[in-house]
Design a protein around this ligand. Structure first.
Ligand SMILES: Cc1cc2nc3c(=O)[nH]c(=O)nc-3n(C[C@H](O)[C@H](O)[C@H](O)COP(=O)(O)O)c2cc1C
Length: 379
């Protein structure tokens, strides 16, 4: 799609196409947006230490996670309100991911529902389970996900409460959960609303009762590998390994859950160390560039997931826009590997990165200087 020669063109097209309330919902985060900015800051605080004089004529950026071959170490993070970005919603993203050679992690809040996505997209899929305590609900859901043919379940642990994203509260944007309808009292709504949207019940609280025991129940009942999304410290990474988690997914929900969290790239080394090779580690939070991906791989991540970049690309050009985004990332990754002096991702290790002072103010768009300049020029 030559309409988008660069990733910056994709992001700019999304900004032009989306209603401002939806753009803000996708792009920004919770309260002071400190976690959001720290994600970028932790990436911008790493510089490469390239090696030269090596034959880099055979660069191959593929990898493998949970037995699924990935053409590049990039997967699509779960996005609940994906139907706001493309009418085909999760089907558009999952199908594009499969035809490119990667995987979408299908959000439990996405439309259409997980069974429809699986029917429409016969390749490998991972289901992002937003846990709830009641056993019948969980059992039924897990059985459905297994029957639909999903390859793994990603247990979402970092969003026990829906956080206060003040831009959404101010704009009253209607998201998948239509949460912005109860401004100023969403906590009260969460506490009082049952799964039917009416009866008062603890079920209304998203995953507030999730425990390691619940995760084990999901793993045992499903017989599927389990990805634990939301790990951000070594202690939890060690517990994850003890509880048989197959993939540790480092995430602070892209700065959309707890504010004032650490940047995910900052915590990655301690998680990789704690996992001790007993579980693969993947990560998200601020990743939008091929070089971002290579930094995480250097620090021991198997793959990186993208939420905002996926959302902007879908909004910019639908499935074609998303495909173009993946192709551009592949190009950036191949060029980056060649310039770092490696032919395979497995050759990267922490010696390829070093801590430095960032050169830009961290911002969800700071990897896109032209977009930042255009936005500034509007003022
Ligand atoms: C619009 C949007 C909706 C999201 N919905 C979900 C969701 O339903 N479930 C979930 O686990 N994470 C959700 N996330 C978080 C992403 O899965 C991911 O953790 C985060 O976006 C990563 O940061 P990045 O956007 O900087 O790549 C959402 C993110 C965005 C941008």
């Amino acid at each position: 799609m030559s309409e988008f020669p660069t990733l910056q063109d994709i992001v700019w097209a999304a900004r032009e196409k989306l209603p401002r309330s939806v753009w803000d919902f996708v792009t920004f985060g919770t309260e002071t947006e400190t976690s959001l900015r720290r994600n970028r800051r932790s990436l911008d605080s790493l510089a490469f230490v390239p090696r030269v004089m090596r034959d880099v004529s055979e660069v191959q950026p593929d990898t493998c996670l949970l037995g699924i071959n990935l053409r590049i170490p990039v997967m699509l993070a779960p996005v609940g309100s994906i139907a706001l970005l493309d009418p085909a919603g999760a089907v558009a993203a999952a199908r594009t991911a499969q035809s490119f050679g990667t995987v979408q992690i299908v959000s439990g809040f996405a439309a259409p529902d997980y069974a429809t996505v699986a029917r429409e997209c016969p390749g490998p899929l991972i289901y992002a389970l937003h846990p709830r305590a009641e056993q019948p609900f969980l059992n039924e859901l897990v059985d459905g996900v297994v029957a639909a043919g999903y390859r793994a379940i990603a247990f979402v642990s970092e969003a026990a409460y829906y956080s206060r994203r003040e831009r959404d509260l101010m704009s009253q944007v209607q998201t998948a959960g239509k949460r912005a309808r109860s401004y100023g009292s969403y906590l009260a709504q969460q506490r009082s609303e049952g799964s039917d949207g009416k009866s008062p019940s603890k079920e209304g609280l998203l995953g507030t009762m999730a425990t390691w025991e619940m995760l084990q129940r999901v793993k045992e009942r499903s017989g599927l590998p389990v990805v634990l999304k939301g790990v951000t410290c070594a202690a939890d990474a060690r517990l994850a390994v003890e509880h048989g988690v197959d993939v540790i997914y480092v995430s602070n929900h892209g700065g959309r859950a707890l504010d004032h969290a650490r940047g995910t790239a900052q915590v990655l080394p301690e998680i990789v160390d704690a996992a001790g090779g007993k579980a693969d580690v993947i990560i998200d939070g601020g990743f939008v560039r091929g070089t971002d991906v290579l930094k995480a791989v250097s620090l021991g991540a198997k793959a990186v997931c993208m939420g905002r970049m996926q959302s902007w690309a879908l909004a910019a050009g639908g499935p074609d826009g998303l495909m173009r985004m993946l192709e551009l990332l592949e190009e950036e990754i191949i060029i980056g590997m060649g310039l770092l002096g490696v032919n395979r991702l497995s050759e990267l290790d922490p010696s390829y990165v070093e801590k430095v002072e960032p050169v830009v103010m961290p911002h969800p768009l700071s990897a896109f200087p032209v977009v930042m300049e255009r936005i500034a020029a509007e003022r």
